[in-house]
Design a protein around this ligand. Structure first.
Ligand SMILES: Nc1nc2c(c(=O)[nH]1)N[C@H]1C(S)=C(S)[C@@H](COP(=O)(O)OP(=O)(O)OC[C@H]3O[C@@H](n4cnc5c(=O)[nH]c(N)nc54)[C@H](O)[C@@H]3O)O[C@H]1N2
Ligand SMILES: Nc1nc2c(c(=O)[nH]1)N[C@H]1C(S)=C(S)[C@@H](COP(=O)(O)OP(=O)(O)OC[C@H]3O[C@@H](n4cnc5c(=O)[nH]c(N)nc54)[C@H](O)[C@@H]3O)O[C@H]1N2
Ligand code: SF4
Ligand SMILES: [Mo]
Length: 745
């Protein structure tokens, strides 16, 4: 007997609908859900192998505890929680709450546990040492949008289906399937843009799959996007091309200060540094200004650079000044179905990293500070690490130092399904059940979608009775952090979280409810519990919600449950001024924190182009990978050597390297050996190495990945090279030296 089940794919930001065939509890086939209102049948190789990933025999089904001999052995849930509780309480008692660091990895934005139950855990831990993958990723965009629009979550996305001209800097959506930009089948949408006569311009040091199919590709020098963007602004001003959409006119502040600050950045001044001709920059500005519907978009190749926040800011500045912010076909603000809590105007630097002085932003510290927080003695020194869905030993800079620092901690707890480079250090591993056993609804990505869409997936399989759901694991940890000893009453903890949410909703003027009694909201969603109770509250209080009876026919979780292919809520619509949370309630084009960084960018103009024989390293992604944890799926890995150093033949020849040779790469902090792959897709002076590899460390239990382990590129990233505004790591544009490895190929 087989059956069909539908579920949103949790593997990347595209949120494709999966149609799965199951025999018993095994997924035998996956295809794209042709009826999905958003993805309409699209599927990538990872989604197609979702069943294989879920059934991976290396996934843990029971907790692990480190025994007296130092081995990680199977344990019961009771014993595992007991171990965490005893040791965590001891650390907090002896050293205080800041001695516990929390690292939140990328999959947290892909699970309901991460979306709904991490915040209670953060509160319960009460530590300032909260870190996440954001600071090796998109944090600069949160900061720039926080400063521009007042809300770090108000991130405008390219309205791809209606635009005529799209300029992509440092993104490769034909491979990544989009990021901070949720649009299933981006390859198809990009093709459609060109078919209807629109243009795609890609700015990237590498001729990526996206660049190869673009109408124009500018192979910019890494790390110089902020300069190019500043020159676009300069041209718009110099040629009198600035025009704001009518509805924005009265809501934009700071234009004069902005233009004055960017006055030094003429196209001629930036051209040698960017290695993009001045007339090309000027023409791009004119094209953007002349297009009825156009949009500039920057992704990882702009954020994880020395000018990450400044580049992120200027992307939106160009959209504003060319009249393309918040209008159809431009950069638009989605309106998700769930209620988003009212936010006070964005502030950062509310505390700083004790060891590095780097500022807090969106409630966390930059992860580049984690190693020093562990190694620097004194009050608040980190002695315990809790990771939830994260693999910082592979994903974050200066990995060898971090790896060694983690090994010296008093206690490591990992909520993770695998024994990875990071969780191999754990004293306790708490594995979440497979995604098939968990409900799903994308909350983060609904706020980044090119259409307003709501999609709820119930669990495909019942949870085995002997296993907690991931949200229950997080709630148990929260209760332990608050001082409880196991067994924890998860139902009470969950009721407490729901009550707090209901209280927040009745107090929130932007929530769709007239109730002033939290109990009435909780009655309305009874008898639901767990994430479903929270979701029903959020959806009913949301912009399309039933408002707990206020709006007839408004959305409820019940409606979503009855719509396995999702509910389409229509194209994006203008949202200014509602979306603005700045104190002035205006778009602040020239925030002080960003103007203060302009002199550093001016200094960059003085840097000469580049030495002929110097090399910088950038990253890349492959369609068949997902950061550090997809390499264990045989159907995805296929024994391919994906972790190669791509190099231009000219750079290789200068060093006597040939295709297939083994080269030694040295950076200021580390050295690794890797196979060379020659390609003319890179601009000379730039080498490319993917991240997420290095699965051959002692103790890692990834039997398939170990066969083709690759090397960890972050052993080369210095932890003191950051975008100073946000503290985000520089992962693109690392200076390296390259030579033939002594042992040869
Ligand atoms: N050099 C370089 N470094 C990079 C990047 C780069 O481009 N270059 N990219 C950066 C980016 S964009 C990101 S987002 C980070 C990612 O950094 P991380 O989030 O630290 O790493 P991931 O590889 O995504 O690892 C996710 C972990 O979550 C576990 N996991 C998977 N599903 C679940 C689940 O449902 N629940 C739980 N609890 N755990 C789960 C996996 O087993 C894995 O251990 O890496 C960053 N690092
Ligand atoms: N297949 C696959 N898809 C993924 C992931 C994955 O691991 N594999 N990871 C997911 C995650 S966590 C994220 S955050 C997204 C990332 O999504 P994207 O940002 O679209 O993906 P990347 O491939 O990292 O693209 C960054 C691009 O920036 C270029 N670049 C490097 N330095 C510079 C520079 O200084 N300037 C400019 N203009 N370009 C530069 C690189 O050559 C690269 O093409 O992908 C997501 N999707
Ligand atoms: S594009 Fe992303 S969401 Fe869609 S099937 Fe592939 S991994 Fe899943
Ligand atoms: Mo990411």
């Amino acid at each position: 007997m087989t059956r069909t089940a539908y579920r949103t794919c949790p593997l990347c930001e595209a949120t494709c609908g999966l149609e799965m065939t199951l025999a018993g509890d095994r997924v035998t086939h996956v295809r794209g859900d042709a009826d999905d209102v958003f993805s309409r049948g699209y599927l990538c190789p990872k989604g197609a192998l979702f069943g294989e990933l879920e059934a991976d025999p290396d996934r843990l089904t029971r907790p692990r505890i480190r025994n007296q001999q130092g081995e990680l052995v199977d344990a019961s849930w009771d014993a595992a929680y007991e171990e965490v509780s005893g040791r965590l309480h001891a650390v907090v008692e002896a050293h205080g709450r800041d001695a516990v660091a929390l690292y939140l990895g990328n999959p947290n934005v892909h699970t309901l546990a991460g979306q709904l139950y991490v915040r209670p855990l953060v509160k319960a831990l009460g530590t300032r040492n909260v870190f996440s993958a954001s600071s090796v990723d998109q944090l600069p965009k949160h900061v720039s949008c926080g400063l521009l629009f007042g809300d770090p979550l108000a991130i405008p996305v390219p309205d791809i289906d209606r635009t005529d001209l799209l300029v992509i800097l440092g993104g490769n959506p034909r491979v990544s399937n989009g990021s901070l930009w949720t649009a299933p089948d981006l390859p198809g949408r990009l093709t459609a843009l060109q078919r209807r006569g629109g243009r795609l311009v890609v700015i990237d040091p590498r001729r990526t799959r996206t660049a190869a199919k673009a109408d124009a590709h500018l192979a910019i020098r890494p790390g110089t996007d902020a300069l190019l963007l500043a020159a676009l602004v300069h041209t718009l001003a110099a040629e009198d091309l600035v025009r704001l959409p009518d509805h924005l006119g009265g809501n934009v502040a700071g234009i004069d200060d902005l233009l004055a600050a960017l006055n030094p950045f003429t196209p001629e001044a930036v051209a040698p540094r960017c290695d993009v001709p001045a007339d090309v920059i000027r023409q791009l500005a004119r094209d953007l200004a002349a297009a009825d519907r156009a949009c500039v978009y920057g992704r990882l190749g702009t954020t994880t650079t020395r000018f990450g926040t400044t580049a992120s800011w200027l992307v939106d500045v160009v959209n504003v000044l060319t009249g393309h912010l918040d209008v159809p076909g431009g950069a638009m603000f989605p309106l998700p179905a769930h209620h988003r809590p009212f936010r006070r105007p964005f502030r950062m630097g509310r505390w700083t990293s004790r060891a590095t002085g780097l500022p807090e932003a969106i409630g966390e510290l930059p992860v580049v500070a984690l190693t020093d927080e562990m190694l620097t003695p004194g009050e608040g020194q980190v002695r315990t690490l809790v990771t939830v869905a994260g693999n910082p030993v592979i994903s974050t800079p200066d990995s060898d130092r971090l790896d060694a620092a983690i090994a010296g901690l008093d206690l490591v707890v990992s909520v993770d399904p695998y024994v990875t480079a990071t969780s191999r250090h754990a004293d306790v591993i708490l594995p979440p059940p497979s995604a098939l056993h968990r409900a799903h609804m994308d909350l983060a990505f609904a706020g980044l979608s090119v259409r307003n869409v709501a999609h709820y997936s119930p669990p495909v399989l019942p949870l085995p009775t002997d296993r907690p759901d991931e949200w229950e694991i997080l709630l148990t940890l929260s209760a332990i952090a608050l001082g409880a000893s196991p067994p924890v009453d998860v139902d009470s903890a969950d009721a407490f979280v729901a009550h707090q949410l209901a209280e927040a909703l009745v107090a929130d003027p932007t929530a769709a409810t007239d109730e002033d009694d939290a109990a009435a909201l909780l009655d309305a969603v009874a008898p639901r519990t767990g994430p479903q109770r929270l979701l029903d509250l959020l959806v009913r209080a949301g912009p399309y919600g039933d408002g707990f009876g206020r709006r007839d026919g408004g959305m409820t979780l019940e409606q979503l449950e009855a719509a396995p292919h999702g509910i389409d809520l229509g194209p994006l619509t203008p949202r200014v001024p509602d979306v603005l949370r700045t104190t002035s309630r205006q778009v602040e084009l020239a925030p002080a924190a960003l103007l203060a960084d302009v002199p550093r960018l001016v200094a960059e103009l003085e840097v000469s182009g580049c030495d002929q024989d110097s090399l910088v390293l950038i990253g890349r992604r492959h369609l068949r990978t997902n950061n550090s944890w997809s390499h264990n799926v045989p159907g995805l890995a296929k024994g391919q050597k994906l972790c190669t150093l791509q190099l231009h033949p000219t750079d290789a020849a200068m060093r006597g390297l040939r295709d297939g040779d083994t080269a030694t790469i040295r950076s200021r902090v580390g050295s690794i050996e890797v196979t060379v792959e020659l390609t003319e897709d890179l601009r000379p002076g730039v080498a490319s190495l993917p991240h997420g590899f290095g699965h051959d460390l002692d103790g890692i239990e990834l039997s398939v990945a170990r066969q083709e382990p690759g090397v960890n590129s972050n052993r080369l990233s210095p932890r003191d090279e950051v975008d100073p505004v946000s503290g985000t790591a520089v992962l693109n544009g690392i200076h390296i030296e390259l030579s033939r490895a002594p042992t040869g190929a």
